[in-house]
Ligand binder design. Sequence first.
Ligand SMILES: NC(=O)C1=CN([C@@H]2O[C@H](COP(=O)(O)OP(=O)(O)OC[C@H]3O[C@@H](n4cnc5c(N)ncnc54)[C@H](OP(=O)(O)O)[C@@H]3O)[C@@H](O)[C@H]2O)C=CC1
Ligand SMILES: CC(=O)N[C@@H](CCC(=O)OP(=O)(O)O)C(=O)O
Length: 310
Amino acid sequence: MTAKIFIDGEHGTTGLQIRTRMAKRRDVEMLSIPAAERRNAAIREDFLNQADIAILCLPDDASREAVSMLEGNNSTRVIDTSTAYRTNSEWAYGFAEMDKDQADKIRSSSRVANPGCYPTGAIGLIRPLRAAGIIPDTYPVTVNAVSGYTGGGKNLIAQMEDQSRDDYLDIPHFLYGLNLSHKHVPEMTQHGLLARAPVFSPSVGRFPQGMIVQVPLYLEALDGAQDMKSIHAALSAHYAGQSIVKVVPIEDSASLPRLNAEALAGEDTMKIYVFGKAGGKHVNLVALLDNLGKGASGAAVQNMDLMLSA
Ligand SMILES: NC(=O)C1=CN([C@@H]2O[C@H](COP(=O)(O)OP(=O)(O)OC[C@H]3O[C@@H](n4cnc5c(N)ncnc54)[C@H](OP(=O)(O)O)[C@@H]3O)[C@@H](O)[C@H]2O)C=CC1
Ligand SMILES: CC(=O)N[C@@H](CCC(=O)OP(=O)(O)O)C(=O)O
């Protein structure tokens, strides 16, 4: 039997990318809303209730509204790509590689919160080292990142591309979230297993898709006698046996002169690097991904496939 899938918000940035990934699939039937009707609540409610899986690619408030349209319905399962449910314990967090049993939790869940793009990188770097007892409770974690501008959805894309707009941004790279209270901080703290919130400084570059997330660490402030190799070994052990998050061998990363933020654009994988020098006092943990790949649409399709395999 083919599963019925409805993408609420299919004409937005994340929704369109999910549509593209589904184009050749014969195992699913897409319930598709015409662009002109995308905000028609009656059609949305009807499709939401017909779907086996509804993938919400909407702003937070519209996601909450869509979930309320499913009240009393026990058959439609939901993947939400917004921030609305990511710290809600009644929802499975849709980062399959973050724990050994997380894929099974997603597979059996009727409500899955897709992670944010920055948290995917940050949690991917931090959580294995917290779980292994390497980053202590007292460690002051910092997260610095750059995203492609599609991360800001249709509005930021227009600001970066449409020169006729009054609010056109004619700049190559900018920091934002300058008050250090970005909406992703609670999610990073909770799923990163951190005892206190990290300092998170995001930025946007003049490229559409791609992302670098950095977590620099002082080795002397970690638990146990740590060096670049032991940190790398802990991350490699955590991600062993799966194909989406890859820990780059130190031999390969050691010879890199630079890291291109666009290197994984169009891919649904994430690469993790441990940079530093042998015998050095610091390491820089780096995650490389596509904000719309493993950071959003690719992860949503991965979660849908897990749910369909239940
Ligand atoms: N872009 C990215 O890299 C990532 C995005 N996300 C999350 O995914 C979600 C979607 O973001 P994104 O695709 O970037 O945003 P976009 O603004 O590109 O798309 C959102 C879509 O939702 C539609 N929409 C807005 N309000 C309603 C409503 N009340 N009813 C029905 N449709 C509505 C919009 O229609 P209209 O054109 O009329 O406004 C638009 O088509 C957000 O919650 C975002 O935070 C998560 C991870 C990464
Ligand atoms: C570049 C940019 O503007 N990025 C968005 C986050 C994109 C994303 O991950 O969306 P969620 O908030 O749903 O997770 C921001 O900082 O608000």
